[in-house]
Design a protein around this ligand. Structure first.
Ligand SMILES: *[C@@H]1O[C@H](CO)[C@@H](O)[C@H](O)[C@H]1NC(C)=O
Ligand SMILES: *[C@@H]1O[C@H](CO)[C@@H](O)[C@H](O)[C@H]1NC(C)=O
Ligand SMILES: *[C@@H]1O[C@H](CO)[C@@H](O)[C@H](O)[C@H]1NC(C)=O
Ligand SMILES: *[C@@H]1O[C@H](CO)[C@@H](O)[C@H](O)[C@H]1NC(C)=O
Ligand SMILES: *[C@@H]1O[C@H](CO)[C@@H](O)[C@H](O)[C@H]1NC(C)=O
Ligand SMILES: *[C@@H]1O[C@H](CO)[C@@H](O)[C@H](O)[C@H]1NC(C)=O
Ligand SMILES: *[C@@H]1O[C@H](CO)[C@@H](O)[C@H](O)[C@H]1NC(C)=O
Length: 386
């Protein structure tokens, strides 16, 4: 063997060893290993399919996604990071990226947010934010009893904007009262809020933005508990009619052509059941400076954050960074609950998602701090209570 081909051979062997030590490589072809992975994954997530041909299509999609997961894992391993993100057998590995986007992401977050309208409160906060120094250390509202409620599951909807918004108010309410917060009703906001004004757009379970979430609550003043108005669109157990003011022009046709009035806002929304004392008086779209945001998170409570959710489909853990996502195509909304900011380590945000506790790190994920990863800083918001 010639010396140069010997060197190539050796470097392949060495890189293979390093490679296989640091990450899982999934089968990309149809073989027994792949079949076993699929059937174990189906058991774990209780996935049933209508018939053999649907199952076959799902298996092909599964294999395609394992290829994508391998690519993402390889891409992630290029960065010198202590906690690289991992991709693989997430609950959504049987959906094509297109199906995933259509069913789980939010089409109605303003992508051009530099021109967004800001409330009066926002302006005064923005001025204050620029003065905040840099934050270091580790902080997580999940460790403060009652502030971060259980992980929700939005099901096959774009209801993230309402669920994350409720998470923000739940946190503020727990901090204000010093006791654990009840779950708040995201379904009531989805069913009753059809706001379209300025930058605020509410399109029910297909999507909406944080501005619309808060505009509605400031108008209403109060909120209902989840137990008084439970979440039901996620598994198709209700067919609500379009909320008052729903803009077909901006949102498209209402998601269900056959709606049921008795499962809608007009029949279910009862203001006399508002949680006594809970009043949302204002909100702010926060500065995009990540150090300011970390200070806000610590001072105010868990914050709403939009991001581009593309790399989340197959995410299974670790600190996410911008691999194929970008910072402009915001299409998902989550709740920032904490951060770990170190001088020279891998700094990250901690966020609660609404895709159930089987997804990611028990329903949470971590994402790189300080690099506008997937636009996590681009549209952050909080409400304010009376
Ligand atoms: C399997 O189910 C799908 C989806 O309901 C349907 O479109 C298809 O015709 C069915 N195929 C067979 C062979 O029954
Ligand atoms: C976003 O809005 C700003 C200000 O209105 C405008 O200058 C810019 O061109 C817009 N960007 C896109 C991508 O639409
Ligand atoms: C915001 O400020 C404008 C101009 O100062 C004022 O007219 C308006 O009433 C204020 N809005 C709120 C909600 O305070
Ligand atoms: C749908 O979800 C609701 C709330 O989580 C639950 O009570 C109900 O049993 C579910 N229905 C079906 C058909 O899965
Ligand atoms: C409408 O919703 C009510 C309450 O869930 C239910 O009892 C009724 O059967 C539904 N009607 C139709 C036509 O589905
Ligand atoms: C609304 O809730 C109040 C308080 O629980 C109750 O007395 C009233 O009957 C409810 N109204 C309707 C229309 O259900
Ligand atoms: C914070 O991050 C550093 C390195 O980036 C890590 O060593 C440390 O364990 C993290 N702290 C916690 C509480 O997870």
């Amino acid at each position: 063997m010639r010396l140069d081909s010997m060197l190539v051979f050796m470097s392949v062997v060495v890189s293979h060893i390093i490679f296989s030590q640091s990450m899982i490589e999934y089968p990309e072809e149809d073989n027994q290993h792949a079949k076993d992975l699929f059937s174990n994954w189906r058991k774990r997530h209780s996935k049933t399919y209508k018939n053999g041909s649907v199952e076959h299509i799902k298996y092909q999609t599964f294999l395609e996604n394992l290829k994508i997961a391998n690519q993402l894992n390889r891409l992630a391993s290029k960065y010198d990071s202590e906690m690289p993100p991992t991709f693989g057998l997430s609950p959504y590995v049987d959906l094509t990226p297109k199906e995933f986007k259509q069913r789980f992401l939010n089409r109605f977050i303003q992508s051009n947010i530099s021109s967004r309208r800001t409330s009066n409160r926002t302006k005064s906060r923005k001025q204050r934010d620029t003065n905040s120094g840099s934050v270091t250390g580790c902080f997580d509202w999940s460790e403060v009893y009652g502030v971060v409620t259980s992980v929700k599951d939005q099901g096959s909807t774009g209801a993230c904007w309402a669920i994350a918004g409720c998470g923000n108010i739940e946190g503020l309410w727990a901090i204000k009262t010093g006791s654990s917060s009840p779950d708040l009703s995201s379904q009531a906001v989805l069913d009753c809020n059809g706001i379209f004004q300025n930058q605020a757009l509410a399109c029910g379970p297909t999507g909406g933005n944080p501005m619309a979430f808060y505009e509605f609550l400031v108008n209403e003043g109060g909120m209902l508990q989840e137990s008084d108005y439970p979440f039901c669109v996620g598994n198709g157990s209700c067919s609500p009619c379009a909320p008052p003011g729903y803009s077909t022009l901006h949102c498209g046709p209402w998601f269900t052509p056959s709606c049921n009035v008795s499962e809608s806002c007009s029949a279910k929304y009862n203001r006399s059941k508002f949680i006594p004392g809970l009043k949302v008086v204002d909100y702010a779209i926060l500065s995009q400076n990540e150090n300011s945001l970390a200070a806000d998170l610590k001072n105010i409570g868990p914050l709403v954050a939009a991001l581009h959710g593309r790399d989340l489909q197959l995410y299974t853990g670790g600190v996410l960074r911008a691999l194929t996502c970008n910072k402009y195509n915001l299409d998902h909304v989550v709740l920032l609950t904490g951060y770990n900011i170190t001088e020279n380590g891998a700094s990250y945000w901690i966020a609660k998602n609404s895709w159930g506790a089987m997804w990611g790190e028990k329903g949470f994920f971590r994402i790189s701090f300080g690099s506008e990863a997937c636009g996590i800083n681009k549209l952050c918001a909080t409400g304010f209570l009376a």
